[in-house]
Design a protein around this ligand. Structure first.
Ligand SMILES: [Mg+2]
Length: 452
């Protein structure tokens, strides 16, 4: 299924760009994250002198979801609404109850642009969020161990994760055993072939280097194309693009020799092949197309989509892997959602009845306290019935955090970003490739509060 925020006519799209990791190529995210988690822990002990005891911490993929916010100075993990108000909060692994949340955050909106917050906007940050919460908890339970403060823990985790990506601690494992980590898909290759028949130029723009890209695409693409290597299957491939920088500044462009992997500076017009670096501007200039003839699909809201939308005006598609599961969960929760709505209708009626009785007593001097108490009791009884249904509904989703796209009646901050920056979004690339390359995606009419 594909969801559409802004009308998109594929007939007008001549070039389709794809991010590689988690977009063109899907991973077994839980296994991939386990690697990141183990590597971060090891680096914290070795490079940042964390105590050996943290080795005992175990990765729990369900401890965090995409869209959460790390409140670095205070050791909190937050789920935030589209307006930036905190709707769910944990200090380390300890859930804050409604009263504590209210005391700390009140009704104010938090400014997510501030660098005291880290947004977990990819599935490959789950290990990061989980380990942060565990380390905060570990610090609180081991006061004698003199662990760094909450903000420093966040900083060290960032550095440890960066290092793990740079020194091959994660990628070498994937290269050695791709079957364990990569979800190969013939459907992606067949779908891309279909789009190519409609004269769509297909290119890859990835932050991974050539060596890793080559290993992964050899494994994921080559088995499904006859006789030709992946380098010939894609019209252009840009490696080590440093997105989001790729979208707003220019990196030196190098041409990769696909036989020996060597590179040379390239200042001529780009021709079909594999490159390193470059910029979004360079592509549209070389191909002589308008920015809205180009659709770029990626999985990272900030790295792939947000800056691209702001700086280049390309059309955008977002891969949100969790969406497949969440749509199913919404279906599973439908009956309970309906029950909650029915209860709320009754509750609103009783509240209005109570308001009338209070008005009669205060405005028309007609004392009717007894009746008021009776209605008030009915409201409390209704709440008693409502609470277990709400709880049961929450259990359909992640038990700590609920769905990724909603917080109560509001959209989550993540949903707000998805809506703001992606023209279309889907759970996986195959969903897009099943559509006709001439398809016209139309957005639905959105209601404002006054539209009824
Ligand atoms: Mg990616």
């Amino acid at each position: 299924m594909i969801f559409c925020n802004r009308t998109l006519n594929l007939k007008k799209i001549s070039h389709i760009g794809l991010d590689m990791d988690h977009t063109l190529v899907r991973y077994h995210v839980d296994r991939f994250e386990q690697l990141a988690y183990d590597s971060m822990k090891e680096k914290l002990i070795r490079n940042f002198n964390y105590p050996e005891e943290i080795k005992k911490l175990k990765f729990d993929f369900n401890k965090a979801i995409r869209g959460l916010v790390i409140d670095k100075n205070h050791g909190n993990l937050l789920k935030v609404s589209r307006f930036g108000s905190v709707r769910e909060a944990y200090h380390g692994l300890k859930r804050m109850n409604f009263k504590q949340q209210k005391e700390i955050f009140g009704a104010r909106y938090i400014d997510l642009r501030s660098d005291t917050y880290d947004i977990i906007d990819t599935t490959f940050s789950i290990s990061h969020a989980c380990l942060y919460a565990q380390l905060v908890d570990f610090k609180n339970h081991n006061t004698k161990l003199e662990l760094p403060d909450f903000a420093d823990i966040a900083e060290h985790l960032h550095k440890a994760l960066d290092l793990s990506h740079r020194d091959g601690s994660i990628k070498n494992h994937v290269i050695k055993d791709p079957e364990k980590y990569v979800k190969r898909s013939e459907g992606v290759v067949r779908g891309l072939e279909k789009f190519k028949k409609y004269d769509k130029t297909i290119f890859v723009a990835t932050n991974s280097d050539y060596q890793y890209t080559n290993h992964i695409l050899q494994y994921a693409i080559d088995p499904y194309i006859d006789g030709h290597p992946w380098q010939d299957f894609f019209d252009y491939t840009f490696t080590l693009t440093m997105k989001p920088r790729f979208f707003y500044s220019s990196l030196p462009l190098l041409k990769v020799d696909t036989v020996d992997g060597s590179m040379k500076n390239w200042d001529k017009k780009i021709e079909k092949g594999v490159y390193q670096g470059g910029s979004a501007q360079l592509l549209t200039d070389s191909w002589d197309i308008l920015s809205d003839n180009l659709l770029y699909i990626g999985d990272h809201i900030y790295g792939d989509i947000l800056r691209l939308k702001k700086d280049c005006g390309w059309r955008t598609g977002l891969i949100l892997e969790e969406l497949g599961e969440e749509v199913k969960q919404n279906k599973a929760a439908e009956a309970l959602t309906h029950q909650i709505k029915e209860f709320m209708v009754k509750k609103v009626q009783l509240e209005e009845e109570l308001n009338d009785l209070v008005a009669q007593r205060l405005e028309r001097n007609n004392p009717s306290k007894e009746k008021e108490e009776e209605v008030h009791k009915k409201i409390l009884e209704l709440d008693e019935k409502l609470i277990p249904i709400i709880k049961k509904r929450a259990e359909v989703y992640n038990s700590d955090w609920g769905p990724i796209m909603r917080v109560g009646v509001e959209e989550s901050y993540l949903a707000h970003q998805v809506e703001g920056y992606s023209d279309i979004y889907m759970a996986k690339l195959e969903d897009f490739l099943e559509a006709s390359p001439r398809h016209y995606f139309r957005s639905f009419i959105r209601n404002s509060a006054h539209d009824e």
